[in-house]
Design a protein around this ligand. Structure first.
Ligand SMILES: Nc1nc2c(ncn2[C@@H]2O[C@H](COP(=O)(O)OP(=O)(O)OP(=O)(O)O)[C@@H](O)[C@H]2O)c(=O)[nH]1
Ligand SMILES: [Mg+2]
Length: 307
């Protein structure tokens, strides 16, 4: 069974306009009109890449390759450098397989990430997309930490017209997850999505709780959760990079969701995270409304940034 594909290039391009300005347009400005690309220009390119949240290591890789290729090639015109940068950035996603397949029923998705990154909103958007594609969805409010969290998920569940499992705040998050997965089995649901509290990556007890939720789910279905999505706020740049590192140390992340890519100049961070984590980006958030979650497509993402 195929997962949904939600894709709107214009919306993506629109959302990434600040990133495009910072990255691609600045590169063009530095390079265009120059007959020969020399060390001075490469230094400027390097500076633009670093300040575009692509990260030091990835930038060095790109600059080294550019240097080698420029030596090899006779045509040192501006288009070449831009092409190298573009190719190298795209190659970061080489392992970003287009794995949008539901192989199990119920397909259990656990959603994790620090507070405020957009977990609950993403679940609402995911539920809506699945539901629109004729999949029966159930969501579980395992964020029992904050009183309003369950109500917020409930609002999304109503919008997406899907079932929700809720308990009073302070209840054991694992028990909510357990009940959600059990109800999914009994009710013959296709997808179960579990919301979790915005745990701080430096709080060991919260990380333990996350592992406990995972363990409890796998007691009901041995292979579950089939997907553990880490949600990162693209707008936080370097912070998102360190969150990805911290989370992958303690739990096995199968995919990334990068939110708030609308209106940020820090979209370059997606390259850095993917380069460091070797975990595929599955979805990106480009706005606050229910249709603003897109399936991540590397080629289109790069094309949207480079115009
Ligand atoms: N512009 C924009 N805003 C977003 C996006 N995704 C989420 N938001 C907003 O980010 C804020 C936080 O979203 P939540 O879904 O509550 O975040 P959370 O991770 O569940 O937060 P906690 O439950 O506190 O841990 C809300 O105001 C959302 O509307 C996005 O892709 N673009
Ligand atoms: Mg939440």
């Amino acid at each position: 069974m195929k997962l949904f594909k939600n894709f709107n290039f214009d919306k993506l391009k629109d959302g990434l306009s600040k990133t495009r300005n910072k990255l691609a347009n600045s590169l063009s400005e530095v390079i265009s009109g120059k007959a020969v690309i020399d060390e001075d220009i490469l230094e400027k390119v390097e500076e633009i890449l670093i300040t575009s949240d692509i990260g030091f290591e990835l930038t060095e890789k790109i600059i080294d390759k550019s240097r080698i290729k420029l030596k090899e090639e006779k045509d040192r015109s501006n288009i070449n450098v831009l092409r190298i940068v573009r190719e190298e950035l795209l190659s970061v996603f080489a392992n970003n397989s287009d794995n949008h397949e539901i192989k199990y029923k119920p397909y259990v998705i656990l959603v994790v990430g620090v507070n405020g990154v957009g977990k609950t909103t993403t679940i609402g958007k995911l539920a809506n997309n699945f539901s629109k594609n004729n999949l029966e969805v159930i969501v579980g409010a395992a964020d029992t930490f904050r009183a309003a969290a369950s109500e917020q998920l409930n609002i999304w569940a109503e919008r997406a017209k899907v079932k929700i499992i809720q308990r009073q705040s302070g209840a054991d998050p694992s028990s909510v997850a357990f009940e959600t997965v059990n109800t999914a089995i009994k009710g013959n649901y296709d997808v179960a999505i579990i919301d979790t509290a915005g745990r701080l990556h430096n709080k060991a007890n919260l990380m333990d709780e996350l592992n406990k939720i995972s363990r409890v789910i796998s007691k009901v279905i041995p292979d579950a959760p089939h997907e553990t999505l880490l949600v990162l706020d693209g707008n936080t740049g370097q912070n998102a990079v360190s969150q990805a590192q911290e989370f992958s140390k303690v739990t096995s992340i199968s995919g990334l969701v990068i939110t708030k890519l609308d209106g940020t100049a820090k979209g370059g961070v997606v390259f850095q995270i993917c380069d460091k984590q070797k975990v595929p980006v599955k979805y990106i958030g480009v706005g606050e409304s229910i249709d603003d979650l897109q399936s991540f497509d590397p080629e289109s993402f790069v094309a949207a940034i480079f115009g």
